[in-house]
Design a protein around this ligand. Structure first.
Ligand code: ADP
Length: 413
């Protein structure tokens, strides 16, 4: 419109082109000035209200102003949420850390700083493995398999034990949670010590009692016959108590985590010995067969011997007379394996996951006949754990069971 009027006025004075040119320049200058106003306004956050204008520019300023206000409100809301999350994590007794996909520390709460000795500002952006220098932590962090938590001494206080749990999120970022478990460890140690000490103290009086009972039984014909049966039962029960104490001592030794010497264990010879003991226990009531590859293993002989004999003796105890027990020691692509297969009573599948718990019995009525301690499979589990192995149980009621110990190929001698 302005251009038409300018053109007409210009034409009246015989300067049509000049009219158009002057109007065009004024129009562009005005737009430039509005654009500049917008630029200055956007660059200067202190200027709150939009610049005065009209027409199209006035509408643009109003729209931008409205958008800005909306953005400010949502930013405020987000800040409040972040502050709340930060406040709640600060109040946590567990340490929480966020590490980016390069392994650099991004954020941590107060407890994490206290437990790991991190310094605000100074440690931000540094690789976490440089700040927590325990080699086990570095290995665990780089492994990317965080199913089980890691326990390490605190870098600040070596008497404090920390449990570290790692979770992957986003693009290989990691969330680390660290918890002080010193008190729990102390209680656990107290429990172990108590069981070990009590078992140890009970052993001596029990040995004396069983010794005397054995002597009495030797002269059974000299005592009244009604005492004979009582003596037999007392002797039997004292032997059960001795077995129980020996198993408890063995378990507490295994749990104490003391590393025994690991040497080459001649498996064929060890298994032959256990097979002979099993034949004696079975007293000809079972068929016991064995297949044994000539592969030796690196480990602790007495621990392995105790685990394997527990499995083989169980197979005899829980297989009725006339049954078969097959022992197989073999190597396959996964590693070394010892399987003990029987065609005995079998176990209901609901009991299988709990069999390695202490004193857990699949069928309590059976154990009164077998006289077991209920600790055998717990011992097997601990021995295997100490040899980086695991136990697999397959069983069906009335059909029999197969207990297989899987050990890593790296343990082959
Ligand atoms: P126990 O001293 O009672 O034998 P274990 O820890 O050795 O204790 O075994 C736990 C339970 O597992 C046993 O009570 C028994 O019910 C079951 N069990 C173990 N081995 C066998 C087997 N070969 N066949 C059937 N049941 C078994």
């Amino acid at each position: 419109m302005a251009f038409i009027i300018a053109g007409l006025i210009g034409a009246m004075f015989d300067a049509f082109a000049w009219g158009l040119a002057i109007t065009g320049i004024s129009y562009i200058t005005w737009h430039y000035l509005q654009l500049r106003k917008l630029h200055i306004w956007l660059k200067n956050p202190d200027l709150k209200d939009p610049p005065d204008s009209y027409g199209l520019w006035g509408a643009i300023f109003d729209d931008v102003f409205r958008l800005q206000n909306r953005q400010k409100k949502s930013r405020k809301r987000l800040k409040a949420v972040i502050r709340r999350v930060q406040d709640s994590t600060t109040a946590l007794r567990d340490g929480v850390l966020m590490v980016n996909n390069n392994g650099e520390l991004e954020w941590w709460n107060e407890s994490a700083g206290r437990l790991l000795g991190l310094k605000e500002q100074h440690d931000i952006g540094h690789p976490i493995t440089n700040l927590v220098r325990a080699p086990e932590f570095k290995e665990y962090f780089e492994h990317s398999q965080y199913d089980t938590p890691l326990e390490i001494p605190s870098p600040v206080n070596h008497e404090q034990i920390l449990q570290i749990t790692l979770t992957l999120f986003g693009k290989k970022d990691r969330l680390i949670v660290c918890r002080d478990i010193t008190h729990m460890k102390q209680l656990e140690a107290m429990r172990h010590d108590f069981i070990a000490n009590a078992s140890h103290e009970l052993r001596t009086p029990l040995t004396v009692i069983s010794g005397y009972l054995e002597t009495f039984i030797e002269y059974k014909d000299q005592v009244p016959s009604r005492w004979g049966r009582a003596l037999d039962q007392m002797h039997q029960q004292s032997q059960r108590m001795e077995n129980l104490i020996n198993d408890l001592l063995m378990l507490s030794r295994l749990e104490s985590g003391h590393d025994l010497q690991h040497v080459k264990v001649p498996m064929p010879a060890v298994l032959k010995r256990i097979q002979n003991d099993a034949l004696e226990l079975s007293a000809g009531k079972h068929t016991i067969t064995m297949e044994c590859e000539s592969v030796d293993i690196i480990g602790n002989e007495s621990e392995l011997c105790s685990a394997f004999s527990n499995l083989i003796f169980n197979a005899i105890k829980y297989t009725p007379d006339g049954g078969e027990v097959h022992i197989k020691w073999f190597k396959d692509h996964k590693g070394l394996n010892l399987s003990v297969q029987d065609n005995g009573l079998g176990i209901d599948s609901m009991h299988i996951p709990r069999l390695t718990e202490r004193f857990y019995r699949a069928d309590p009525s059976r154990h009164s006949e077998t006289g077991g301690t209920g600790l055998g499979l717990a011992i097997v589990k601990h021995v295997l754990l100490r040899h980086d192995g695991q136990l697999e149980v397959k069983s069906a009621i009335g059909k029999g069971s197969t207990f297989t110990c899987h050990l890593p190929a790296s343990r082959a001698a």
